[in-house]
Write a protein that binds this ligand. Structure first.
Ligand SMILES: Cc1ncc(CO)c(N)n1
Ligand SMILES: Cc1ncsc1CCO
Length: 216
């Protein structure tokens, strides 16, 4: 069994909650209130900016130049996706939110930045993997079950598309190679990091659905 199959199995209860979350169910049905989608897009632009830094940082810690290049390309793509949100959705919806990160986004981005900086390269890669894999799975699930027409089609197509699928495959391959050469204690930490980041993916969607604010 591949290491990533084990990760998937362990975090499956979290993934199931993500798929069934009203944010994704309503996105699929095209009934998600636009206010919640706008909040999500704004939070995601803040997320992607830090995610790009976490990817680049993890890349600098890779053991070879092909993995460095791969992570730098992921980082570049994250910046391009963030810019596309501004050119597309920010204009379309006239989004002018300035509230900054909600607690959910804050928790997730800071976790990824800390893991990519202070954990081992292997653990950093495991922490970054749910961002790829869960979005791919959610994108495919929504694409296959969506109401048509759907006002959120662009978003759906981005994560169900072939370019994104290729990136996800590459990230999975790197993670499996690292696990093959890792000690048992490193693999345990990788599993914990994967699970934590999966939970934070849930927290991020839930935060958007609740239009989460700081309590104070
Ligand atoms: C919160 C979040 N996780 C993952 C992705 C895709 O990498 C994204 N755009 N936003
Ligand atoms: C995982 C991910 N999410 C948005 S961009 C990106 C890197 C894809 O190359």
């Amino acid at each position: 069994m591949k290491f990533t199959d084990q990760l998937w199995e362990e975090a499956l209860p979290v993934y199931t909650e993500i798929e069934n979350h009203p944010f994704n169910q309503e996105l699929k049905d095209g009934t998600l209130p636009v206010e919640k989608f706008q909040f999500y897009i704004y939070q995601d632009s803040l997320y992607l900016a830090d995610f790009a830094k976490a990817l680049a940082t993890a890349g600098t810690r890779a053991g070879n130049s092909s993995e460095l290049l791969e992570f730098l390309q992921f980082a570049q793509n994250a910046i391009l996706v963030e810019r596309a949100l501004h050119i597309g959705y920010f204009k379309e919806y006239d989004i002018d939110l300035k509230s900054g990160k909600a607690p959910g986004c804050f928790a997730y981005t800071n976790y990824l930045l800390a893991a990519s900086t202070f954990e081992s390269y292997e653990v950093a890669v495991a922490a970054l993997l749910p961002c790829f894999w869960i979005y791919k799975k959610v994108g495919d699930y929504i694409y296959e079950n969506q109401a048509k027409p759907n006002s959120y089609q662009n978003w759906i197509d981005a994560y169900a598309g072939e370019d994104f699928a290729k990136s996800v495959e590459n990230a999975l391959k790197i993670c499996n190679q690292l696990a093959q050469n890792a000690s048992e204690s490193t693999k345990l930490k990788m599993r914990e990091a994967y699970l934590t980041a999966s939970r934070l993916e849930y927290v991020f969607w839930d935060s958007a659905y609740r239009l989460e604010e700081w309590p104070v």
